[in-house]
Design a protein around this ligand. Structure first.
Ligand code: FAD
Ligand code: SF4
Length: 532
């Protein structure tokens, strides 16, 4: 798919005509309104895009994730060409550059641009490598770098830093209220619509024994020729990578992403609020929107997503509880998480509050475990590249914390396996929310739970070899054992936190014998994590 051309020469002088701007579009910048394209001059400027192996190997990127990015990139290049843009596209099969900067360097040699224009990358590592390359080579190659603010987000990195200065503790709730006011979303003058900022308490419903009932079918986007070519390239270049592309059906164009959004608003938003925390066997999507990947590569704009949800509220198609619960994720969590990433990098990547150092159980890459909650959550992750928020936080995430896994191993796993994984959103969720690796920088407590929580929120325990209420013995649920072990180990610090002091009270009431039994069972569990 690559069509590299040498910089044209002037007929009159025979001298090389330099490209004015080489607009370098990264895989998560497929924005038809990109800030890098606003002043594009078709006579003087060119677009450059590159697929490089490192982006799929720096973490062991799953096949669905790589397929999502490469397919969306190739479709975006096609879209730009149809719009008349000249695109130099370096597909993975057309060159041997492993790194983005090496591919960029070759493109600079081809086009001799005066300036390379990019939008802020979503990954600190990528931004640093580009800055570093220009620091070392910009003068010799006579090329400048312009990094433009990413207008996709509703708050800039700089504005988040300013906001954060007003607070001793970073809390999403304060941020969310500011964003609601600032963008006049669901406001009644200065007050929130319906008199409350947050309907979180109404957003925690479980299905009960009857289950979810009929779940509207999520749209299936059948892979086209371009996507099938991507699959072939993946099998050729990354054959041993985890996950499967057999069921790949994600929206990889803006048109399909808009269809996905519409299908959610009309089909699933109504029940999103009630059941956003619930889980059910063989129901990977339930009432979730499935738009995170399209949002993260910028095929969708968060403003249009919020507007569509608010419109559904106005038309009476969805309740305030549902719409607020959904808008909170986009206007609140998504923007807040991005702000914290840029505020705390690079330190966030090294954070390890509890000094955990155990290896990630091998079955995180295969789903081959007897723990049914993990088998279900990891199984669908590898099959579809998707799990919803509570599966990521309260199942795979919490288990990683309770199993004392090295945060960096967990972070690499999360970055590798989800189609929507970009580091700015993955890392704060893993290090900050799931693992408490940054010591509660933006959460008031570690999120921990025993098997009882999973039993309440799903039907996973019904088909499990373990028993959620049992702490010790052969049937003991590893979640439950390790939950009590965590309370036992961190009793002092948890007792001092008003949000966790109640939890610890139960362990303080326990006899010394019971505590010893839990410690012994936990040690045995931790020493054979791979066999669970
Ligand atoms: P819905 O449940 O329908 O929510 C709507 C949208 O809100 C999502 O599409 C997403 O854009 C946004 N959103 C919801 N929760 C969050 C959140 N905590 N942080 C930021 N945005 C949020 N999301 C990613 O996009 N990429 C990741 O790599 C990622 N890793 C995560 C890792 C962990 C440990 C946890 C706990 C969460 C992670 N999330 C990540 C957030 C969330 O799980 C996903 O955004 C969501 O599951 C995507 O599915 P959906 O589109 O159906 O979302
Ligand atoms: Fe998970 Fe424990 Fe329930 Fe099994 S019993 S599904 S391990 S919580």
């Amino acid at each position: 798919m690559t069509t590299p051309k040498a910089a044209p020469r002037s007929k009159a002088t025979g001298k090389e005509n330099r490209t004015r701007h080489l607009v370098f579009i990264l895989g998560d910048q497929l924005d038809h309104e990109s800030a890098a394209l606003t002043d594009f001059d078709h006579k003087q400027d060119r677009v450059f895009m590159a697929e490089v192996a490192t982006e799929s190997t720096h973490v062991w990127s799953s096949k669905p994730r790589t397929a999502y990015f490469l397919s969306a990139m190739r479709h975006f290049a096609l879209h730009l060409r149809k719009q008349g843009f000249e695109v130099d596209y370096a597909s993975i099969d057309s060159h041997s550059f492993a790194e983005l900067t090496a591919a960029l360097s070759a493109a600079i040699d081809r086009h001799r641009p005066e300036k390379v224009v990019i939008v802020e990358p979503g990954d600190y590592r990528v931004e640093q490598s580009i800055r570093e390359w220009f620091g070392n080579n910009g003068v010799t190659k006579n090329v400048a770098l312009a990094i433009r603010e990413d207008a996709h987000f509703l708050l800039s990195r700089r504005e988040f830093v300013e906001w954060s200065k007003g607070y001793k503790q970073l809390r999403m709730e304060f941020f969310y209220r500011m964003m609601r006011k600032r963008h006049a979303v669901m406001m009644d003058g200065e007050e929130p619509l319906g008199g409350r900022w947050n309907f979180d308490a109404e957003n925690r419903g479980a299905f009960g024994k009857a289950g979810p009932g009929e779940v509207p079918v999520a749209p299936v986007f059948v892979p086209d020729k371009i996507t099938i070519e991507v699959f072939n390239d993946i099998e050729k270049h990354f054959p041993g990578h985890p996950g499967s592309i057999d069921k790949f059906a994600w929206p990889v164009t803006r048109e399909d992403a808009l269809t996905a959004l519409k299908s959610f608003i009309h089909g699933r938003l109504g029940k999103f609020g009630d059941y956003q925390d619930a889980m059910w066997t063989n129901q990977p999507y339930l009432f979730h929107s499935l738009i995170s990947a399209a949002l993260n590569v910028k095929l969708l704009n968060p403003r249009e997503v919020i507007a569509a949800a608010v419109q559904a509220l106005k038309k009476g198609q969805a309740s305030l509880e549902s719409v607020e619960g959904f808008v909170r994720q986009i206007l609140g969590w998504r923007e807040f998480i991005r702000g914290t990433y840029w505020l705390d990098m690079p330190g966030m990547r090294k954070a390890n509050h509890f000094n955990h150092s155990r290896k990630l159980p091998a079955w995180y890459w295969t789903a081959d475990t007897n723990m049914n909650c993990m088998k279900q959550s990891i199984g669908q992750t590898l099959e579809y590249g998707y799990a919803h928020h509570i599966q990521r936080l309260m199942v795979t995430g919490i288990f990683g914390l309770l199993a004392e896994t090295t945060p960096q191993e967990m972070e690499d796993w999360y970055l590798a396996v989800y189609v929507d994984a970009v580091e700015w959103v993955e890392l704060p969720n893993v290090a900050g929310m799931a693992l408490y690796a940054n010591g509660g920088r933006f959460t008031s407590k570690p999120y921990i739970a025993s098997g009882a929580y999973i039993k309440r929120m799903s039907n996973y325990c019904t088909g499990c070899r373990y028993k959620p209420d049992v702490k010790t013995g052969t049937n003991a649920c590893p979640f439950t054992t390790l939950y009590w072990n965590f309370l036992d180990k961190h009793e002092k610090s948890l007792a001092g936190n008003p949000r966790t002091s109640l939890m610890v009270r139960n362990i303080t009431r326990m006899s010394e014998d019971d505590r010893l039994a839990i410690r012994a069972q936990a040690l045995q569990t931790l020493n054979q994590l791979d066999a669970l």
